[in-house]
Design a protein around this ligand. Structure first.
Ligand code: ATP
Ligand code: MG
Length: 425
């Protein structure tokens, strides 16, 4: 026998036994998007490497060490998308969706980052995201946050997440602040790690984003960008906080929240949880007014967020919200050729008139006992049985597998009525 090949580390199969939670999360998100009138967009999984370098920023974790980059057969450098925003902006520009228009868009799909795999951190993972273009805020910022807050309620994890927000101000206020920060960090230069030392020169704000616990105290005591905002940015941030309060959405201001990507400005936010250990961020986003121009478009205001589905699935599985598995409603047991000729057309007509009922028909025969075992294992609520006797009587034998009801024989013509009365979905 030849060796069974394994999947790539950090790229997981999602098996039928776990799929119901994912489908629940994805269906809830689709519903949410319809509620807020956002339109779906689907982008390719592979883009030119340059797109991510130019948008995410050269001096970021993603571009420095996490991208899956390879040369195409004709020598072009391509990258498996590590996130959706850059691709979404590229798609909008290329297809003329941004010129003099507002857009509210959403997407879901796999992203790829070469990270160390662990619980809640994988090399292929799924994001659901939103990007809104052409609205300068702060009302749209609040809409996004309110929409996310509603989503937590839909999937039943609202008590396990909290909102952290911050403002990065305009790039002018950041430039002034950067020199203050560099001056401060230089006083602690002997304690900085290699990444931070490098970033001190290239992109000092990024030092605040460090996950090294030895730097926590230094970062906490650093001068705060929020204290050095220009007047307009400060007012903008205050306005958001007021609107969140009016909506009863609790938040914490986290002054060291800078987000790991270069393109953000003004509002940034993360939703975090304590229930997943180290991988605590389940949703992250912010305003990125400069990105469209940076990628060759006209100046366009924009804001977006993305959430990681694996982390949400872990949370939903840990919660009291039990997701119903996708079991069939009915399992059909057939004994013999005559019964098959009798049942197949009957079941097809049920499928025609009762499209919401899920019916699993036993194939490949087997003894009555083994078919019964399969019926039980399938999780079906009812089993329909047909053998020579039933065919002769023009009836189907019906038994509830989950509740102690008497087995009964139903006339072929009354079967649909029986299904209507016993299944309400
Ligand atoms: P982290 O701080 O955990 O590395 P990030 O800031 O790199 O996250 P973003 O780029 O903001 O993450 O992506 C948004 C969301 O996507 C995250 O909040 C998380 O839920 C999810 N996510 C990011 N990277 C991964 C990964 N490698 N595996 C699983 N989910 C991920
Ligand atoms: Mg990361």
């Amino acid at each position: 026998m030849s060796k069974i090949l394994q999947a790539i580390r950090g790229m997981n199969d999602l098996l039928p036994e776990n799929i119901a939670t994912w489908q629940f999360i994805e269906a809830s998100f689709r519903k949410l998007m319809t509620q807020y009138a956002y339109a779906e967009i689907r982008m390719p999984i592979v883009e030119k490497t340059e797109l991510f370098k130019r948008s995410i920023g050269e001096v970021t974790d993603i571009v420095e060490k996490e991208m899956y980059t390879f040369d195409d057969r004709n020598g072009d450098s391509l990258t498996l998308r590590p996130e959706g925003t850059a691709s979404c902006v590229r798609a909008c520009l290329q297809n003329g969706l941004l010129y003099n228009q507002q857009q509210r868009l959403w997407y879901m799909g796999p992203m790829f980052r070469h990270e160390r795999p662990q619980k809640g951190r994988y090399r292929q993972f799924q994001q659901m995201g939103v990007e809104a273009f052409g609205m300068s805020g702060p009302d749209i910022d609040v809409e996004l946050i309110a929409m996310i807050a509603r989503f937590w309620k839909m999937i039943g994890i609202e008590n396990d997440v909290r909102l952290e927000i911050n403002s990065l101000g305009t790039s002018a206020s950041r430039t002034a602040y950067k020199s203050l920060l560099v001056e401060y960090l230089k006083q602690h230069i002997d304690k900085l790690d290699n990444d931070s030392l490098r970033r001190l020169e290239t992109n000092p704000l990024r030092v605040l984003d460090s996950k090294n616990p030895e730097l926590t105290a230094i970062i906490l005591a650093a001068p705060k960008l929020l204290d050095h905002l220009d007047e307009v940015s400060a007012q903008y941030f205050k306005n958001i906080c007021m609107q969140l309060e009016a909506l009863n959405i609790e938040y914490v201001v986290n002054t060291s929240l800078v987000r790991g990507l270069d393109y953000y400005s003004q509002t940034v936010f993360e939703w975090v949880t304590d229930t997943l250990g180290a991988q605590g961020t389940v949703c992250a986003g912010g305003r990125y007014d400069g990105l469209v121009e940076q990628l060759g478009g006209k100046e366009t205001t924009a804001i977006g967020f993305a959430m990681g589905v694996e982390r949400l699935a872990l949370m939903v599985e840990q919660s009291d919200n039990h997701i119903k598995p996708n079991n069939p409603d009915i399992y059909v047991i057939i004994a013999g050729d005559k019964a098959r000729q009798f049942m197949f057309p009957l079941i097809e007509s049920v499928r025609g008139t009762q499209p919401d009922i899920s019916i699993l028909v036993n194939c490949d025969g087997g003894s009555f006992k083994s078919q019964m075992k399969r019926a039980d294992k399938s999780g079906a609520t009812y089993v329909f049985i047909a053998g020579d006797d039933e065919v002769a009587e023009n009836k189907v034998c019906v038994k509830n597998l989950r509740e102690n009801e008497k087995q009964q024989k139903i006339n072929k013509d009354e079967l649909i009525e029986f299904i209507k009365n016993n299944f309400t979905n």
